[in-house]
Design a protein around this ligand. Structure first.
Ligand SMILES: CC(C)(COP(=O)(O)OP(=O)(O)OC[C@H]1O[C@@H](n2cnc3c(N)ncnc32)[C@H](O)[C@@H]1OP(=O)(O)O)[C@@H](O)C(=O)NCCC(=O)NCCS
Length: 176
């Protein structure tokens, strides 16, 4: 059973292992450690027993919030862990008064784009050449926290089609 809980300093080495496996420019141990103590941060851990499956860092400001980082261990993906972490980030940001949740994602990161679009995030812009490793553009996305779409509701209401249409338009943006 996967549980979501706040990360502590003791969790940082496990998180770092997932971070290093997921990103070419991972956050450092000290950067992750700092997030466990940052008042505006929600540093959430997904765990099954003692095993850390994934994590997400969300910084919450008075009107908006930013999903700074999310990753799931490679062998635990496509089991709903990322969705649980996103749901937690959205709920915590809304609790703290944020009206929208913003994020940046590599334009080639099809898995993350699909996860965000499936939850109702919309593309709001693009930063050309934003990422160096691997090189690529950033897609800016945001979710209105007044009308977040839960995964199950999205699937039940045919959200997949809308997600696909948005994904196609993002693919188009790559070449425009
Ligand atoms: C993005 C990430 C966090 C998703 O985590 P996850 O636990 O696999 O996500 P879920 O199982 O909750 O999947 C939710 C939905 O996302 C979409 N999705 C996830 N992985 C996908 C993939 N490889 N291909 C296509 N769609 C995918 C699907 O729509 C999925 O729903 P479904 O399984 O019912 O079809 C994970 O792939 C990851 O850690 N990637 C590496 C780090 C990263 O890129 N982070 C994002 C930085 S912006």
């Amino acid at each position: 059973m996967t549980r979501i809980a706040p990360a502590t300093a003791e969790d940082v080495p496990s998180v770092l292992g997932i971070e290093c496996g997921a990103f070419m420019r991972p956050w450092s141990h000290d950067a992750l450690l700092a997030e466990t103590a940052r008042p505006e941060s929600r540093f959430a851990l997904a765990a099954d027993g003692d095993r850390v499956l994934g994590y997400a860092v969300t910084r919450c400001y008075p009107d908006w919030a930013e999903l700074c980082c999310i990753a799931v261990a490679a062998d635990a993906r496509r089991r709903g862990v990322g969705s649980l972490l996103l749901a937690d980030a959205e709920a915590r940001a809304a609790e703290r008064g944020a009206g929208r949740l913003l994020l940046e994602v590599h334009a080639d990161n099809a898995a993350a784009l699909a996860a965000y679009i499936g939850r109702g995030y919309v593309a709001s812009g693009r930063r050309a050449g934003y990422y160096e490793r691997p090189p690529g553009d950033a897609i800016l996305m945001e979710l209105s926290l007044c009308g977040a779409v839960p995964v199950s509701a999205s699937a039940a209401s045919g959200g997949g089609g809308a997600a696909l249409r948005q994904f196609e338009s993002i693919s188009f943006m790559r070449f425009s």
